[in-house]
Design a binder for this molecule. Structure first.
Ligand code: NAI
Length: 326
């Protein structure tokens, strides 16, 4: 592997961008021996803010930061990038329904998919900007010959939220909680799967005896955590989202340790009966050769099957709204 990685970040002048870029530049993501070139992208009105961000990045004197590029043209910004972290999107405005947001943000991702195809030859892209699963589908479908499986959407924040909730309930360190899969859409229909999760190597359902909590408050707390943070903080989650984006890229960049997996929305290959081609969050493992696989053979009882069907139906509905962009 080349020891310089070029990372594009769209929406870099936004809240998540501000929490993300310094950590990437510091070498935290790819390690101390890999240099990073940051390609920061924004809408034209925010380019001046990016210039300020670049000054701050330079003033950190990070040994691993090998260059900064600033662009408002996606084709230029994606030129030669190895990773594209697509954060930039319009936030939901007052009175706006989720479906309006889907229609508003969709066109951003047709343009970015096309630009990725033209600019980047060996790229992986993760979509953070909401609705991230459907935006990732749009970008992938517009990216010509960039392989479909190079695109993913971020559900790692949901997984981290779920791990924390289980750890707090069980009274253990968060590191004891493993293999919590987020299935489906990054939305309130997502299914945080505690049945296949482990705590201290044991089944989570054996460690936590309050199964009503697992089936009820646990799931809804994870599903609605984003809204709870907006209510408390007055702004949407940003540092935790940036942290999850780092986890997501690391998870795909480095082989997954034996016996473990992580959550990410990737194109369905029909696993677990999910319609092929939907951008659906699954349990994933990265192999030694850098490719990934969807973990097979996890059991789903009737409770889980119902949740999976609901989140799959929602994703099909979102796909229908943007069908002209695919
Ligand atoms: P923000 O509003 O602070 O920043 C977004 C930035 O994107 C703005 O600076 C804006 O100018 C820029 N932008 C808009 N259109 C663009 C385009 N076409 N090209 C480049 N830049 C563009 O928002 P924040 O808090 O940073 O969140 C960004 C997105 O991430 C939102 O869609 C939010 O819903 C989503 N999000 C996703 C999470 C997940 O778990 N997948 C978690 C938290 C947020």
């Amino acid at each position: 592997m080349s020891n310089t990685v070029k990372v594009a970040i769209t929406g870099a002048a936004g809240q998540i961008g501000y929490s993300l870029v310094f950590r990437i530049a510091s070498g935290e993501l790819f390690g101390p021996d890999t240099k990073v070139v940051l390609s920061l992208l924004e809408i034209p009105q925010a380019v001046t803010a990016l210039e300020g961000l670049a000054m701050e990045l330079n003033d950190c004197a990070f040994p691993t930061l090998a260059g900064i590029e600033i662009n408002s043209d996606a084709e230029k910004g994606f030129d030669g990038v190895n990773w594209a972290i697509l954060v930039g999107a319009k936030p939901r405005g007052p009175g706006m329904e989720r479906n309006d947001l889907i229609s508003e943000n969709g066109p951003i991702f047709t343009g970015q998919g096309k630009a990725l195809q033209r600019g980047a030859s060996d790229v992986r892209a993760v979509v953070v900007g909401n609705p991230c699963n459907t935006n990732a589908l749009i970008a992938a479908k517009n990216a010509g010959d960039v392989p479909f499986n190079r695109f993913s959407a971020m559900t790692m924040l949901d997984e981290n939220r779920a791990r924390y909730q289980l750890a707090a309930k069980a009274g253990v360190a968060v590191t004891e909680v493993q293999n919590v899969t987020i299935w489906g859409n990054h939305s309130a229909t997502q299914y945080p799967d505690f049945f296949n999760a482990t705590i201290g190597g044991k089944k989570a359902t054996d460690v936590i005896s309050d199964h009503d909590w697992l089936k009820g408050d646990f799931i809804t707390t994870v599903q609605k955590r984003g809204a709870a943070i907006i209510k408390a903080r007055g702004k949407s989650s940003a540092a935790s989202a940036a942290n999850a984006a780092l986890d997501h890229v690391k998870n795909f960049h480095f082989p997954t340790p034996d016996g473990k997996w992580f959550s990410a929305a990737v194109p369905s290959d029909g696993s677990y009966g999910v319609e092929e081609g939907l951008m659906f969050s699954f349990p994933i493992r990265t192999k030694d050769d850098g490719s990934y696989e969807i973990v097979q053979g996890l059991d789903h009882n009737e409770f889980a099957k119902e949740k999976l069907a609901k989140t799959e139906a929602e994703l099909k509905g979102e796909r229908e709204i943007v069908k002209d962009l695919l």
